[in-house]
Design a protein around this ligand. Sequence first.
Ligand SMILES: Nc1ncnc2c1ncn2[C@@H]1O[C@H](COP(=O)(O)OP(=O)(O)OP(=O)(O)O)[C@@H](O)[C@H]1O
Length: 596
Amino acid sequence: MNKYINRKGPTVTLFTMFKIPFQYAPIHSIILLLLTILDGLFFTLQVMVTTKLINSVVERQETNLLLIILLFVLVLSYQWLSQDIANLFKIKINIRISENINEQIIRKISRLHYNHIENNDSWDLISRVKPNMSKNVGNLFYKVLGFVTLVIKIVGILVMIFSQVWWAGILVAVLIIPLSFLVRKGAKENYKAEIAISNNTRRAEYFGNLMYQKDAVEERVMFGFGDFINDKYQHFYDQAQSVRFKTKRIWFVKMKAGSVVSSVFLISIIFSFLHPLLAGTITIGFFISISQAIFSLIQRMSWELTEYIDNFTTINEFKKDINRFFQLEEDLNALVLPSKKIPQLKSIEFENVKFKYPGTERYVLNGISFKMDANKTCAFVGANGSGKTTIIKLLTGLYDNYTGTIKINDIDIKSYSADELHAMYAVLFQDYNRYQITLKENILLGDINNFDSNSDKLNELIDAMNLRDLVNALPEGINTNLGKIKEDGVDISGGQWQRLSIIRALINRAPLKILDEPTASLDPISESILYQEFETLTKENTTILISHRLGATKLADEIFVVDSGRIVEKGTHGELMAQGGLYAEMFNSQKGWYMQ
Ligand SMILES: Nc1ncnc2c1ncn2[C@@H]1O[C@H](COP(=O)(O)OP(=O)(O)OP(=O)(O)O)[C@@H](O)[C@H]1O
């Protein structure tokens, strides 16, 4: 089973990004492109009409004056309206882009190799790409269109200048080159700064969320640590802002210096028209309208042009992030449904398994070996951090960068197909999720293949887990929305959420049930009912139970004691107590709490 892939899709280029709006909103994009070209042409047309208008008035040519005035008003009105029309099209294009791109990003994230889920650099990258991707695709498209308009306007004016004072035209064209280089360099530095601060931005966002997330409210209010969190938020936010501000300040000074030089240069060109004006080679109409156009050009070149190049360079840097993101390794199995055929489980075996988490140096599992047979309940006990949950992460295939062998039914788990392996187990993880959907859906998610045909089993388990009273008290019974996202949502207690999560694992037909601290939030009576019923609930199943409550694990057929990534003792409760080792010590110290 080749589980992981390095998805080498086609590399994203600026051109690929530019084409995206045509792909998702073709008609709107084409119309916007045509409007853009028209917009550019109308600028030159305006200069020509203004020239004609002034000359006709100065020379008192009354023929056609009305027509020229009408044309003048039309050109101005179009320019005035065109932005609003374009904005309407942009709204539609933006909606289509974000619909499609967000879906692709979420799909990619949901397929990510588990290594990236716990890796800081990957999350920094995701936090830069996810919120900005559709914005940048739209931005690139509009900036290219804006740039096309600007180029058409500049070319139009240059042609006019050329036709009258050719050398001035050449000087203007030459000025654009160094200005472009200056802007490009500044924009690259800006993006580098963004990459450097993305970790601080993410941390600021985390502390910001803590300030308003519902889950954090109680502790924040009770302990009164709101200011502490706020200070942390402010610290990371200020650090990010200060780097951003410094880079922007340097950028601004450079850009403005460039603009001032170009402005002085362009104004001097207007003076160079005085001579041909006095010599009578250009008309007063042309002088006024071209001067006006050159002033507008100064503004565009010194600000818009620099802004465009800045934007393109930033988007080009962002494009590198997009490629890094789409090249992140995926886990082919992440979205694979469990096979509908229920496999038979005979045994599970770890042979000298050594494992360290990616990017760390310490072996969390250090040559662990054990074998357990089917149709039994096995418990893993041991101190915090001894490696119990990690055993489960490896057994369920979340990580496969270990040495040694993990076998199910004497076959290496790496030889199983993903759907076969997924059908083998149902897991209740320690940090299970509270899904803000209906109570029924919360349970049925556990057996997605039989989502619509599990009603009988669902009711049986609700009774067995002592949740019937809760269901009866809910306004819509099992169809009541849980959590506060929906208006009619109902919040239930921590223990009730946990009982739901146990049912989610038990409703699954997989032969191996893995329960990692399943009763931490249960009251003593519910816990004891659960363990009394445990045998019935897990009949015909093999169960792995991880718990610090040794009163519960005592009932297991076999207990494995984990210490520093190894199995140090194994046996039944009686055998381990008789050994008088680590288990006996842990059991006696816990028993002491109840027996005094
Ligand atoms: N994603 C991770 N990256 C790096 N180290 C990790 C990661 N997850 C766990 N560890 C480390 O691996 C060790 C074993 O963790 P594990 O969760 O398996 O312990 P555990 O025995 O289940 O502990 P507990 O009883 O507290 O649940 C711990 O020292 C922990 O710090």
